[in-house]
Design a protein around this ligand. Structure first.
Ligand SMILES: C[S@@+](CC[C@H](N)C(=O)[O-])C[C@H]1O[C@@H](n2cnc3c(N)ncnc32)[C@H](O)[C@@H]1O
Length: 242
């Protein structure tokens, strides 16, 4: 591993889904950082590393989820300074992230801050298996075939994100960050005739995992770590009113 700042995807939860390359890069790093909500709390990514590569120690960087933009920026700045100090000391530095580091990850925000202050920094990433891939496998869902399309959307700001993909019946839809909107997502899919085959995976590979039809789980909110997969409307699947 060259002296660079590397974002390493560790998969969604199951330690067996951390790749051989991720394990080798983590073992070759002088310093491995992991995000956490508090210094005395083991982050999800750190917990996966502990199980998959127990010989690797993870140093925590606090990224509290706060509404206040200034407070969040301040936490990121503190984390960036710590990374820069290690890079300045000639260390090979890795940062672990759930799933893939190039998909809805804190890594690139942190890397941008580091590069802004230390432009010579080489940034690299090691791909990781994503939650929706794990969910497709566990639920035996063929995501896309032939000319079908795939939309990956975030429902963090609500259901508007579903409008464009739902207009395309030949597209599979993956919904991230929609756990707290699960009942509304289920209602929207039902209205569009897309509930058939739609599955939700909560805490995949982690304690408390649930994998079930969206229809079954629609009675309540799911956790933040929940993903929904909606297959394209294929011949033979139920047509809805939408
Ligand atoms: C900040 S994004 C991280 C995405 C991650 N980088 C990836 O490649 O899958 C967080 C969202 O990813 C999904 N997610 C990540 N890990 C998950 C898991 N173990 N089970 C279910 N969903 C998960 C959820 O939709 C969650 O709201």
């Amino acid at each position: 591993m060259a002296p660079s700042f590397v974002g390493v995807g560790v998969g969604p939860g199951d330690p067996e889904l951390l790749t051989l390359r991720a394990a080798s890069v983590l073992r070759g790093a002088d310093r491995v950082f992991g995000p956490t909500m508090a210094l005395d709390a083991v982050g999800r990514a750190e917990s996966i590393v502990r199980q998959a590569v127990p010989d690797v120690a993870v140093e925590r960087l606090v990224f509290a989820i706060v509404e206040d933009d200034d407070a969040r920026r301040a936490a990121h700045e503190v984390a960036a300074e710590r990374v820069i100090a290690c890079l300045g000391a000639g260390e090979r530095v890795a940062f672990v992230t759930l799933g893939d580091p190039n998909v809805y990850s804190t890594f690139h925000h942190l890397a941008a801050l580091v590069v802004a202050r230390r432009p010579a920094t080489v940034v690299e990433t090691v791909p990781g298996i994503m939650a929706f891939q794990d969910l497709a496998a566990r639920s035996r869902t063929v995501l896309v075939d032939g000319n079908e399309r795939l939309h990956l959307v975030s429902a963090a700001s609500g259901l508007d994100a579903l409008e464009v993909p739902l207009a395309d019946p030949d597209a599979a839809i993956v919904v991230y960050k929609g756990g707290r909107h699960l009942p509304a997502i289920a209602a929207r899919l039902a209205a569009a005739g897309r509930l058939d085959g739609a599955v939700c995976g909560e805490l995949l590979g982690l304690p408390g995992q649930r994998v079930a039809a969206v229809e079954e789980l629609a009675g309540g909110r799911a956790a933040y770590l929940a993903s929904v997969v909606v297959p394209p409307r294929r011949a033979g699947t139920r047509a809805g009113p939408g």
